[in-house]
Ligand binder design. Structure first.
Ligand code: ADP
Ligand code: ADP
Ligand code: MG
Length: 494
C-alpha cells in the first residue's frame, strides 16, 4: 500500500480540473502539464505546479509520453492520472509509467491492450457467456468470404475498425452492392486514424439503445458495478446527453446486465474504473459492444446517483486499497442527466464552432453541477476536443431531473459561439425523450435545424406577449435586460 503524495494529471480541460479537485481534497499535491495553447487554462492555474510540454498540437504535447514522464520526474510526482482521450487507453503509456516507477491511475497495461482491440475483447468475453452482436470474430482478410458472412448475418451490417474509438472508423452497409466500396473505405480510414487496418463485421442493430455499465475493481480480485448510464442520444456515434438510471431497465434486467458487465471485467482481470458498453435492441436483448478502460466523460451521472466520488475511488484503488463496499451496499438514489456543451453548431450539422466565450454564465441552484474548463473571455482552442462543459442535474425522479435540466439550460448563457445547448433543450422537451421511448437514431428521426428556430421564435413570442401585459417602466427594464443575452439558445454573435 503506497500513499500517493503528488499526482500529475496528463490531460487538460474539465477532466484535468475535475481530477485535481478530488486529489486536493485527499491532501495530494497536483501537477498540471500544458501545451503552449493552454498557458492560461484553468487546470494550469488550479494545479500546485505546472509544466509546459510543447506546442499546441497534441501529437507534440499531450500525446508525447516521454515529455509527460520527464515532467513527472522533474516535479517529483509519484502517480499519473491519464484522464480520458489522449494517452488514457494506451497500454504502452501505462507500461512506461509503471516501468519508470510511478503509479498509473487506471487498469493494468494488459487489460488496456486486451480491451483496446474490439476483436480481442469480444473473444475474451465470449468465454464468459456475455452476449455478442452477431458478426465476424477475426479481422477480414478475404473479401469473398466476408461478403458471404455479411449475407448470412443479413443487411444492414456495420464494418468496424477493431482499434476504433471516439465514434470513428464505422461504416454502415445497407446492401451487398455497396459492400466492396465501403470495405475499402473502412480499411483505409482505420489505417489512417488508428494505424491499424483491421476491420470486422457486426450486424447493424437498427434501433439500438446504448446502455453502459460503470464497473470498478480492486487489485484483490473484487469487482462491482455501479449501475448503468443510458447514452442513446448521440450525433456522429458520439454521446451528447447521458442519464442514469436508464428508463428501460427493469431491476431484473439491470441485475442481468450488471452481472454480464462484471464478467467482462473478470475476463480482463480488470481493476480500477472501467465502462462496459452494450447495445440493447427493441426487444431488450443486450449485446456487448466494447469496454472503455478509463474514466468516462459521463461518469458524473453515476456519481450523482450513487453519491460516490469515482476519482477518489480510482486513487484509493491505485494505492492498493480494497473496494470499500460490496455490490449489495450500492443503491440508486434519484435520477441524473448530463448534457454535453460542445462548441458546435447544431443548425449546421454539428460542425465545430470555435471562438471566444464572450459571455459565459453558468447555471446555479439545487442539484446542478457544471464541470468545465473555461471562463468568460477565454477562447476554445481548435486543437482539441470542442467540449466546453458538462452540466449534470440531479433530482429525485426522471421527470424532475428533466425539468431541472431545462431550467438550467435556460439559465446557461453563452455568447460568441454556437453550442449544443439548444439541441439538448430540444431533446429534453421532445416527447420521444420524455416518454423514454428513443434510441440512437434520435437525431435522424426527430431533429431538424428549423425546429430549433421554431423553438426560438416561440420564446420570442412568449416574451412579446409578456411585455404587452407589463406597465411601460417595466418594459424598459426588460428591454435593458434583453440587450444583454438572456437566453442561451438565442446567441448573438455581435
Ligand atoms: P465516452 O465514451 O467517455 O463518452 P467519447 O467517445 O466521447 O467517450 O470519447 C472521449 C474522448 O476520448 C474524446 O476526446 C474522444 O475523441 C477520445 N477518444 C476515444 N477513443 C479514442 C481513440 N481510440 N483514439 C483517439 N481518441 C479517442
Ligand atoms: P467507439 O469505440 O467509437 O465508441 P462503439 O463500438 O462503442 O465504438 O460504438 C459507438 C456507437 O456506434 C454506439 O454507441 C452505437 O450508437 C453505434 N454502434 C456500434 N455498434 C453498433 C451496431 N452493431 N449496431 C448499431 N449501432 C452500433
Ligand atoms: Mg464506445
Amino acid at each position: 500500500m503506497k500513499k500517493i503524495k503528488k499526482l500529475l494529471v496528463a490531460n487538460r480541460g474539465e477532466i484535468a480540473l475535475r481530477i485535481m479537485r478530488s486529489a486536493r481534497e485527499m491532501g495530494i499535491k497536483t501537477v498540471a502539464v500544458y501545451s503552449e495553447a493552454d498557458r492560461q487554462a484553468l487546470h494550469v492555474r488550479f494545479a500546485d505546479e505546472a509544466i509546459c510540454i510543447g506546442p499546441p498540437p497534441s501529437a507534440q504535447s499531450y500525446l508525447v509520453m516521454e515529455k509527460i514522464i520527464a515532467a513527472a520526474k522533474q516535479t517529483g510526482a509519484d502517480a499519473i492520472h491519464p484522464g480520458y482521450g489522449f494517452l488514457s487507453e494506451n497500454e504502452d503509456f501505462a507500461a512506461l509509467v509503471r516501468k519508470e516507477g510511478f503509479i498509473f491511475i487506471g487498469p493494468s497495461p494488459e487489460s488496456i491492450e486486451l480491451m483496446g482491440s474490439k476483436l480481442a475483447a469480444k473473444a475474451a468475453v465470449a468465454k464468459f457467456n456475455v452476449p455478442l452482436v452477431p458478426g465476424t470474430s477475426e479481422p477480414i482478410s478475404d473479401l469473398a468470404k466476408a461478403k458471404k458472412i455479411a449475407t448470412e448475418i443479413g443487411y444492414p451490417i456495420l464494418i468496424k475498425a477493431s482499434a476504433g474509438g471516439g465514434g470513428k472508423g464505422m461504416r454502415i452497409v445497407d446492401a451487398e452492392p455497396d459492400f466492396e466500396t465501403q470495405m475499402d473505405r473502412a480499411v483505409s480510414e482505420a489505417k489512417s486514424a488508428f494505424g491499424d487496418g483491421s476491420v470486422f463485421i457486426e450486424k447493424y442493430v437498427t434501433q439500438p439503445r446504448h446502455i453502459e455499465f460503470q464497473i470498478f475493481g480492486d487489485q484483490h480480485g473484487n469487482v462491482v458495478h455501479l449501475f448503468e448510464r443510458e447514452c442513446s442520444v448521440q450525433r456522429r456515434h458520439q454521446k451528447v446527453i447521458e442519464e442514469a438510471p436508464s428508463s428501460v431497465l427493469t431491476p431484473a434486467l439491470r441485475k442481468k446486465m450488471g452481472e454480464a458487465a462484471v464478467n467482462v471485467a473478470k475476463a480482463a482481470n480488470y481493476y480500477n474504473a472501467g465502462t462496459v458498453e452494450f447495445i440493447v435492441d427493441e426487444n431488450l436483448n443486450f449485446y456487448f459492444l466494447e469496454m472503455n478502460t478509463r474514466l468516462q466523460v459521463e461518469h458524473p451521472v453515476t456519481e450523482e446517483i450513487t453519491g460516490l466520488d469515482l476519482v477518489k475511488l480510482q486513487i484509493l484503488i491505485a494505492e492498493g486499497e480494497k473496494l470499500p463496499f460490496k455490490q449489495e451496499d450500492l443503491k440508486i438514489n434519484g435520477h441524473a442527466i448530463e448534457v454535453r456543451v460542445y462548441a458546435e453548431d447544431p443548425a449546421n450539422n454539428f460542425l465545430p464552432d470555435i471562438g471566444t466565450l464572450k459571455t459565459y454564465i453558468r447555471p446555479q441552484g439545487h442539484g446542478i453541477r457544471v464541470d468545465d474548463g473555461f471562463e468568460q473571455g477565454m477562447a476554445v482552442p481548435f486543437y482539441y476536443d470542442p467540449m466546453i462543459a458538462k452540466m449534470i442535474c440531479h433530482d429525485s425522479t426522471r421527470e424532475r431531473a428533466i425539468t431541472k435540466t431545462i431550467r438550467a439550460i435556460d439559465e446557461y448563457t453563452i455568447t460568441g459561439l454556437e453550442t449544443t445547448l439548444s439541441f439538448c433543450r430540444f431533446v429534453l422537451k421532445h416527447e420521444a425523450f420524455t416518454s423514454g421511448n428513443f434510441d440512437t437514431k434520435f437525431v435522424e428521426k426527430y431533429f431538424k435545424p428549423e425546429l430549433l428556430r421554431a423553438q426560438q421564435d416561440e420564446t420570442e413570442e412568449l416574451l412579446a406577449a409578456l411585455l404587452a401585459t407589463l406597465p411601460t417602466e417595466k418594459v424598459a427594464q426588460v428591454a435593458a435586460i434583453e440587450s444583454t443575452p438572456v437566453s442561451n439558445w438565442k446567441k448573438n454573435r455581435t
